[in-house]
Design a protein around this ligand. Structure first.
Ligand code: NAG
Ligand code: NAG
Ligand code: NAG
Ligand code: NAG
Ligand code: NAG
Ligand code: NAG
Ligand code: NAG
Ligand code: NAG
Ligand code: NAG
Length: 797
């Protein structure tokens, strides 16, 4: 008994000691960016306060983060005009509060005037960092100074606001704000970097009387709602009223993301193999939210927004001929890779713009704001030409009523699929591609049409020239270097020297993988803020393939999609051919798919969708369609946010202009290659559809399509494919995902996706759906009919 008591008190003592040592921060304690991993943690270790390195920089953020999850998501940071602080900065707990100093010892940020002396600080389990006086009353708490995130038990009072940060890695004040005005909770874009707020794009139902007007935004342990003065709870939207949060099983946070969506996220507390998922968000679809006359919208200028309903976030795209302003920031907008030539110094583009520019249609995309002319009774042709001949015109939207809306540069609030406005096609202006050669001649047909339009356009040209001259004097900065790009790579790609890449990879010392035609090494580019890169050293390229290699490089260099690995640059020096990519920290799909524990169903679903999107882009949305030819899990890289990126275009085949079939040697990898490779018939993009189907089954089942064991291969190569079809025919789909509760709970999708996969692996390429149809079926936009038998499989080669 006595011994038991002793143990009991000892335990109590240890608990208490633990509390003192780890939870409470005594006076004079300092943290420095130099003590790696040092932080002040909450008693359970769930939250930490300290310095977080900002990826790809040598800067730090004084922050609070979720400490028990791999992504270490930041929920608060010391807010100052530039929150990123240099290495060597320190923070100290003083009687007057926290004092953040730079390496020179100058104060950069403090907790401000406090009502009393601080006696200790505490990182609390709910995520609140507090400074307390000797009687334990709070003098300062991080919950009162929210940045872009609210946590359960935190409220946002009337006089405060949330402000998004600028980009994923730049925590300076961003473009969006959540705030109260006139009794309403609103979301607006701001005239960055000032506080001027544009017309809101979201509001919680407007107040009709005083009792109804908003008092605060409350995040309690069961819901997130606006509390009105009269005590009523107003949900942020229909989905929000029915929320039931499980704070014991999940972490939650509500964040105003840097692209303007206010999102409630959840993350399971237990399983490590997890990512944040969206519970709900406002506005429900930011791409279709009302735009303001001013500001760019979620995606930035000149780009267009499409809502990714599965991941519940917008994705941005640049029209052809445009590329990201900042290749690392999808939401930073696009810039034309050419100049509109309003400066009148290029005669050819002024007098014969059709030799220099073309108007490309973009289906179902509109920039509803930014019209500067409305021409009526204009045919499609007239409308398109009036833009071609107007150097101020970036795009036109003709409609069936023969109205012609001319859009000025920069384009803003671009959106894909605006159902309310009906089906729109925007024609946007781009410079005609000149692959290697100068001055392509306009097609004869163009000349004929031109003659018909002669006089009208003649007068337009004169007016345009006048306007152009005036505008150019007022608006245009001195000539930009964008013009006359000498290289055929009109992209953001860097050309590296061999020496630079050798240095970046420490003499090609760290091998991270082997792709087709070469070995991949990890490296770091010091010149680009320590960007971590993957360098692929190609085996010696045969001279005859040189041209093909360059064509592929230039086409792939122009691709720009978040589900494709980005090519940063290349080296083309003497015998050396290297390609430089972003480094992906989570390895390949094969690395995570065939390992225990297997990745959770939701993650697999999102990976399958992402890969399909990337393929759809390659097949149908690029200027020059591309067949990848070697789709397999080893060629899908996974970034730190578990976003899949298609890589390894070494085998890719370009489909030039109107050719949609191409003869080629056998490419690809056994187990994933379509039967037509063996039949000496032309291959089409459908070979990728086949490989995607095999991979989709692998993603569903977490099983390899082929066992690597050679003995087993003989028994029938496409084991998984056969097995899956048998299970489908016998109506026993659940066997495919044995013991996977989450997948079983999603039986409807599971069954549908197995059917889609079977469609993809049909022997006859014509029977296989296109990637576009696959995408629509995956997303549930079209029904999936019962698939026929895929015939049988691989001839042994
Ligand atoms: C903190 O530092 C001050 C001045 O350096 C000193 O007077 C004080 O005793 C220290 N307090 C603690 C708790 O160490
Ligand atoms: C910091 O943490 C990482 C990962 O937890 C660990 O690999 C590293 O050794 C730690 N560094 C120090 C100095 O403790
Ligand atoms: C913060 O530290 C700096 C440098 O040590 C000092 O000059 C300044 O007075 C301190 N500020 C506060 C509020 O303690
Ligand atoms: C605790 O101390 C603060 C100032 O240090 C004082 O304002 C407050 O009234 C005190 N609270 C209690 C309960 O004594
Ligand atoms: C919220 O506050 C309640 C009461 O103070 C506490 O019991 C609960 O643990 C807190 N929840 C979270 C998630 O911090
Ligand atoms: C937003 O809140 C911050 C403090 O949280 C405040 O400094 C700022 O003035 C507020 N902005 C506006 C426009 O009210
Ligand atoms: C963040 O962006 C701002 C504004 O463009 C810039 O001044 C600042 O240097 C950037 N910070 C970092 C860490 O890149
Ligand atoms: C507002 O609420 C108060 C107290 O609940 C009530 O007396 C008053 O009539 C309400 N006013 C309106 C306009 O509903
Ligand atoms: C459009 O043009 C046609 C033929 O040129 C003419 O008959 C018609 O009146 C015009 N409509 C408008 C609204 O100007």
């Amino acid at each position: 008994m006595a011994i038991r008591n002793i143990f009991f008190f000892l335990a109590l003592f240890l608990l208490h000691f633990h509390h003192l040592a780890f939870a409470n921060v005594p006076l004079n304690k300092t943290l420095s960016t130099n003590d790696q991993n040092a932080s002040w943690n909450s008693p359970s270790g769930e939250f930490a306060f300290g310095f977080r390195p900002i990826e790809n920089t040598e800067l730090f953020l004084l922050a609070i983060w979720f400490n028990n999850i791999p992504s270490k998501t930041i929920v608060w940071y010391a807010n100052m005009p530039n929150p990123a602080v240099p290495a060597g900065s320190r923070v100290q707990l003083t009687p007057t509060g926290l004092n953040l100093t730079n390496p020179q010892g100058q104060a950069m940020w403090t907790t401000g005037e406090l009502q009393g002396d601080v006696s200790y600080a505490e990182m609390r389990d709910g995520g609140n960092f507090v400074l307390a006086s000797s009687n334990s009353s709070y003098l300062w708490q991080s919950f009162n100074y929210p940045t872009d995130t609210l946590l359960p038990n935190q409220t946002l009072p009337l006089n405060s606001n949330l402000s998004s940060h600028l980009t994923p890695t730049n925590y300076s004040k961003g473009r969006f704000e959540l705030y109260f005005d006139n009794g309403n909770l609103l979301l607006s874009q701001i005239g960055w970097p000032t506080e001027s707020r544009y017309t809101n794009y979201f509001s919680v139902s407007s107040a009709t009387n005083d009792n109804d007007s908003a008092l605060q935004l409350v995040f309690d342990t069961s819901n997130l709602y606006v509390e009105a003065r009269g005590g009523d709870r107003k949900p942020l939207g229909p989905e929000w009223s029915a929320l039931i949060l499980d704070v014991n099983g999940y972490y939650y946070r509500a964040t105003l993301d840097y692209y303007g969506v206010f999102t409630l996220y959840s993350h399971p507390k237990e399983s490590l193999n997890q990512v944040w998922s969206v519970v709900t968000n406002v506005p429900p679809n930011i791409c279709q939210a009302p735009g303001s006359d001013m500001g760019s919208g979620s995606c930035g200028y000149n780009s267009y927004c499409s809502w990714d309903d599965y991941n519940r976030r917008p994705t941005c795209n640049c029209p052809g001929g445009y590329s990201w302003v900042d290749p690392n920031d999808e939401f930073g907008g696009c810039k034309p890779d050419f100049s509109f030539d309003c400066g009148a110094d290029d005669e050819r583009s002024q007098e014969n713009p059709e030799e220099v520019f073309e108007m490309k249609p973009l289906l179902n995309v509109n920039w509803p704001l930014g019209d500067y002319e409305k021409l009526i009774n204009y045919t499609l042709d007239e409308c398109i030409r009036s833009c071609l001949y107007d150097c101020n015109c970036a795009a036109v939207v003709p409609n069936a009523a023969k109205d012609c809306w001319k859009k000025r540069f920069p384009l803003s609030n671009g959106r894909y699929g605006d159902a309310k406005q009906g089906f729109t096609t925007t024609f946007f202006k781009k410079r005609i591609d000149q692959p290697g050669v100068n001055s392509p001649h306009p097609a004869d047909q163009d000349r004929v049409q031109l003659a018909l339009l002669g006089s009208l356009i003649g007068s337009l040209v004169i007016i345009t020239l006048l306007v152009a001259t005036v505008v150019s004097i007022i608006l245009l900065k001195p000539k930009k270097v964008v013009k006359k790009v000498s290289s055929f790579f009109e992209t953001n790609m860097h050309s590296f020297t061999y020496e630079a890449l050798k240095e970046a990879t420490h003499g090609f010392s760290e091998e991270v993988g082997r792709g087709s035609f070469g070995i991949v090494y990890k490296g770091t580019l010091n010149s680009m803020t320590n960007t971590v890169i993957a360098v692929k050293r190609l085996d010696r390229v045969v001279r005859e393939r040189e041209k093909e290699f360059r064509n592929e490089l230039s086409a792939i260099g122009r691709t720009c999609h978040r589900n494709l690995v980005r090519l940063i640059g290349f080296c083309d020096e003497e015998i050396h051919r290297l390609l430089v990519y972003d480094f992906m920290s989570n390895g390949t799909l094969a690395d995570i798919l065939f390992k225990q524990p297997k990745p959770i169903w939701n993650l697999r679903v999102s990976l399958a969708l992402g890969i399909a999107r990337g393929l759809l882009y390659l097949h149908e949305e690029c200027d020059t369609p591309i067949i990848h030819c070697d789709i397999k899990p080893q060629n899908i890289l996974i970034d730190e946010h578990f976003m899949p990126k298609i890589s390894d275009f070494g085998l890719a085949k370009l489909l030039y202009s109107n050719k949609s079939r191409t003869h080629t040697m056998i490419r690809g990898t056994r187990g994933y290659v379509a039967p037509e490779w063996f039949k000496n018939v032309p291959v089409t993009a459908k070979v990728d559809v086949y490989s995607y189907g095999v991979m989709l089954l692998e993603i569903i089942c977490c099983t390899r399509s082929l066992e690597m064991d050679l003995d087993e291969v003989e028994e029938g190569e496409a084991i998984l494919v056969d097995w899956a079809y048998d299970c489908y025919m016998e109506g026993r789909i659940e066997i495919l995902v044995e013991n996977d509760k989450e997948a079983m709970a999603d039986m409807k999708r599971l069954k549908k996706w197995v059917m889609i996969a079977i469609w993809c692996i049909q022997e006859n390429p014509e029977t296989r759906p296109s990637m576009k149809t696959v995408m629509q079926m995956l997303e549930g936009l079209v029904e999936v009919p019962c698939p026929p038998t895929p015939q049988s499989f691989f001839p042994i080669v």
